[in-house]
Write a protein that binds this ligand. Structure first.
Ligand code: PLP
Length: 435
C-alpha cells in the first residue's frame, strides 16, 4: 500500500475542531512558527491574525518562553499534584494572586479553559450545597455566550447558535437572558437590562449565580458591550445573593486594553476563569480564582473539599511557562502595544463598513471584527486558500472576519492583515454580485 502523504493521512484519520471527517476541509500544514509568522510546508510564510485562538500574545517561538520550557523540563515536566506541590505552581499562583484584585485568594490550576469553567460552576454549586441550599443550582447567563465544549461549560453556551443544539436533551437547563446590547456607557438605558433583571427577580431562589464573559463575547459571536451592564449585574447579584463568575479566558492578559476586562468595569466578580493567553500560547493551562467568600462558603459543610482534581492538574511545565509569560507581559509595554493595535484597527478596518456586504465593524483593544450581512459558510470551498494567498492567517466563522493578533505585531504586518481583510471583503462582494 502506498504511504499516504501527511495531508492525505490527516484527511483520512484525524478530527479537527468542529470539523467533519466525511467532508474534510482543506488544511495547511505548519512546520514552524516564529514571531507573528507561520511557516507552511510549501515554504510560504503567513502573518498570524488569530494568535492561535487568543493565546500567543508574545508571538511564536519566544526565546524566553523557550528557555523556561527547557529549564523546567530538565527538573521535571510533570508530577502529580495530589499530596505533592512544586515551585512552578506556587510561583504562578503567587503571580496570579498578585496581578488580580486583592479579593482573589485561591487558585485552582486546571488543564484547559473548559475545565476551569467546570470548576467555577462546581465552586458555585458547592457553595450553595454547603449552606443547605442545594436547590440553588442553576446559572443565569447571556445568549451568544461561549464558555467551552465540555458538558457543563456547553450548558451555559448560547443554546441556539452555540453549535450544541443536538445535546440539549442531556444538558442541564440553565437560564438565558438576551445577548447584551449597548456598546457605550453613555447610551445606557435601564431597558437594556430589563429582561435580565426580571429573570433574577423571578428565579433567583433556584440560581447559584451568574456567568458571563465581561465586555467581549468571544466565540459565541464576537460581540462587545458596555461596562455599565456589568455594574448593573453586580448590583443584582449583591441584592439577590448570587455568585458572579467572569469568564476571562479570552479577554484576560491585556486583550481588551486592561490586564483583565473587569478592571474597566469598577467591579470584581467572586470567581474568575483564566486560560488561553495564560501560557503565552505554549501549552494548555487554565486557572479558576475565587475570593474568600466562595472558599468559606464551600467550607461551611465542615469539610471544604472542592470536588475536582485532574491528572495533569498544575502541570509544572505549563505553570513554569505561564509564570514566565506573565513576567514577559508585565515587563513589556503591552498597554501601549494594545492601544496602538486598537488605534490602527479602528483606522484601517472602519472604512470597510462602507461596503454593502458589511453589517458592522467593531474594535476593542487588540480585537478587530468585520461582521458581514450573510454567513460565510458556502464560501469555505475557496475562502481559506484565498486568505492564505494574501499572505495571512485569518479564520472567518459564521458572518465574522476577525483578528486578534499577537501584541508584538509590527504596524506593517498589522497593515497587511487589515489590507487582506479588505481584499477578502471585496472578493466576497464581487463573487456575490456574479451569483
Ligand atoms: C476558549 C474559551 C473557553 C474554552 O477554553 P478551552 O481551553 O478551549 O477549553 C471558555 N471560555 C471562553 C470565553 C473562551 O474563549
Amino acid at each position: 500500500m502506498d504511504k499516504l502523504s501527511n495531508l492525505e493521512f490527516d484527511a483520512a484519520h484525524i478530527w479537527h475542531p468542529y470539523t467533519s471527517v466525511a467532508h474534510p476541509p482543506v488544511l495547511h500544514e505548519v512546520v514552524s512558527a516564529s514571531g507573528v509568522k507561520l511557516r507552511l510546508c510549501d515554504g510560504r510564510e503567513i502573518i498570524d491574525g488569530m494568535s492561535s485562538w487568543w493565546s500567543t500574545i508574545h508571538g511564536y517561538n519566544h526565546p524566553r518562553l523557550n528557555a523556561a520550557a527547557h529549564e523546567q523540563i530538565d527538573y521535571m515536566s510533570h508530577v502529580m499534584f495530589g499530596g505533592l506541590t512544586h515551585d512552578p505552581a506556587i510561583s504562578l499562583s503567587r503571580k496570579l494572586i498578585d496581578i488580580t484584585d486583592e479579593s482573589f485568594q485561591y487558585v485552582f490550576l486546571a488543564d484547559s479553559g473548559s475545565i476551569s469553567v467546570e470548576v467555577a460552576l462546581k465552586m458555585a454549586v458547592q457553595y450553595w450545597f454547603a449552606q443547605g441550599r442545594a436547590e440553588k443550582n442553576r446559572f443565569l447567563t447571556f445568549r451568544s455566550g461561549y464558555h467551552g465544549d465540555t458538558f457543563g461549560a456547553m450548558s451555559v453556551c448560547d443554546p441556539v447558535n452555540g453549535m450544541h443544539t443536538m445535546f440539549e436533551s442531556i444538558l442541564p437547563q440553565h437560564i438565558f437572558a438576551p445577548a447584551p446590547d449597548c456598546q457605550h456607557d453613555k447610551d445606557w438605558q435601564d431597558t437594556y437590562i430589563a429582561e435580565f433583571r426580571e429573570l433574577v427577580e423571578q428565579r433567583h431562589f433556584e440560581m447559584a449565580g451568574v456567568i458571563v464573559e465581561p465586555l467581549v463575547q468571544g466565540a459565541g459571536g464576537m460581540r462587545m458591550y458596555c461596562a455599565e451592564y456589568l455594574r448593573q449585574i453586580k448590583q443584582l447579584c449583591d441584592q439577590y445573593d448570587l455568585l458572579l463568575i467572569f469568564d476571562e479566558i479570552a479577554t484576560g492578559f491585556g486583550r481588551t486594553g486592561s490586564l483583565f476586562a473587569y478592571e474597566q468595569t469598577g467591579i470584581v466578580p467572586d470567581i474568575l476563569c483564566l486560560g488561553k493567553a495564560l501560557t503565552g500560547g505554549y501549552m494548555t493551562l487554565a486557572a479558576t480564582l475565587c475570593n474568600q467568600k466562595v472558599s468559606d462558603g464551600i467550607a461551611a459543610d465542615g469539610q471544604g473539599v472542592l470536588m475536582h482534581g485532574p491528572t495533569f492538574m498544575a502541570n509544572p511545565l505549563a505553570c513554569r511557562i505561564a509564570a514566565e509569560s506573565i513576567d514577559l507581559l508585565l515587563e513589556s509595554d503591552w498597554k501601549q502595544s494594545v492601544a496602538a493595535i486598537e488605534k490602527q484597527l479602528q483606522m484601517e478596518l472602519q472604512p470597510y463598513s462602507a461596503s454593502l456586504i458589511v453589517k458592522q465593524v467593531r474594535v476593542k483593544g487588540a480585537i478587530g471584527v468585520v461582521e458581514l450581512n450573510h454567513p460565510l459558510d458556502d464560501m469555505m470551498e475557496w475562502l481559506p486558500e484565498f486568505i492564505v494567498e494574501q499572505g495571512v492567517w485569518i479564520r472567518p466563522f459564521r458572518t465574522m472576519i476577525y483578528i486578534m493578533p499577537p501584541y508584538i505585531i509590527s504596524s506593517n504586518d498589522l497593515h497587511q492583515l487589515c489590507e487582506a481583510i479588505g481584499k477578502i471583503v471585496a472578493e466576497i462582494e464581487s463573487r456575490s454580485e456574479k451569483s
